[in-house]
Design a protein around this ligand. Sequence first.
Ligand code: SF4
Ligand SMILES: [Zn+2]
Length: 452
Amino acid sequence: MRLETSWEADDSFHRDYYIEDGEGKILEKFGDFPTLDQLRQAEYEHNERIDLTNIGAPCANCGKEIKNRFAADPRGNLLCWDCAATRETEGTEAGVRVNTDPTKATYSQSHLYEKSLCDYVINVATGCRHGCKFCYVPTTAGYKAREEMLNNQAEVSDLQREWGSYLLYRDDLPERLSLELEESDFGNWRKTDRGRGIVMISSGTDPYQDRRAAQITRGVVRELCSKEIPTRILTRSTIAARDADLFSEFSDTLTIGSSIPSFNEDMVKALEPGAPPPLKRWKMLDSLRTKVPLYVSMSPTYPSMNQKEIHQLLTRFKALQPSVVFHEPINPRGSNFEIMVETLENSGFEEHAKEFQRLQYPQNWVEYSLKHLNLVQKEGQRLNAPPIHSWPDRELLKATSGSLRDQLAAMRQAISPEPLGDEPASGKSSAQSPLFDDYSEIEHLVKPSKLR
Ligand code: SF4
Ligand SMILES: [Zn+2]
């Protein structure tokens, strides 16, 4: 599929961009300034790639042909890189400041092999509309290093407090990734035991949070999977289901999952204000169940959740037949507990807010983390649920000793039992099992004072 131009040199000079198939049949006309949204939609409908850096598409601002990098404005008008890069904040959409992300890197190595998730990550944007109050992303060192860029592009002054109110897109990521993959040999990429060479989309944003992000993601997934690079998608968004055709086509190299921490809609709405309700996420995964391997991320489970709620979550997850259920309690990062307490108080969840407030003391956080890790493993066993893969935080190891510490360390070393390409699902690691029958058994091995 190619984009062609016809010229009508009459009094009102006119150009018309259209796409045609291999036999010269015109499939669709776009007028003289096709928008990025129109072109991405055409790629979607015809299930083909248009090389937007090589078709002579015009910049809507200066009229020059786009040759290298490009971006779009909030209305979807295509912009050359010079025009995109010299603008101030692009605009505000539904309370979110949006602009272009100037990042050059396409993929990068990741420490998420420690969670048995991946060795590489690709982020389709910087920032995230979902604005989850516990989100770790704005507190990471890599993210903080981008503070100046975020200030320039979206007038961000407090990365964590303003999280959810700014979003910078990487519109030309599929095209740039395509070029890089052509020159790169995946056989030489890093493949750790736990990361298995998997590329994850995305660790620092939601790849399907809106239409523009979803269009970038579709292109990225196609580029990776068509080169048989194992790919993991993680999203809280239901519009991922629009790519079911692509997921089916590449089900050998792809897995898709969603984070569902609770089915308490009001609590989830307060703590993940921009994300769809949890039951809709479940339904999205269910609609993909027969098309592509699934996983669920039960993260993070709230301190107010009891055995009944954990049971309900795992029962519903079991019905999805996922390859694995990842689990994590909420870990302290920057001021995330303070922000969650404020949010819950302002949303009328005073009692829950008190429970989150308690966790600001290390002793309480350690106890809650250990109890939740144990509870989820125990309920998983009782229900004969899909394998549970717990993620104990590194700090928990500092706060424990003896056999408890050894098991937490072994849990962190375990490899997710998911199948990968031709590799069948491995058995569940023996380390991924309950930690105790009763908390009093291990209390003497807990040393929270070592945390501060
Ligand atoms: S969806 Fe993920 S990246 Fe986005 S705010 Fe929530 S936790 Fe952070
Ligand atoms: Zn321009």
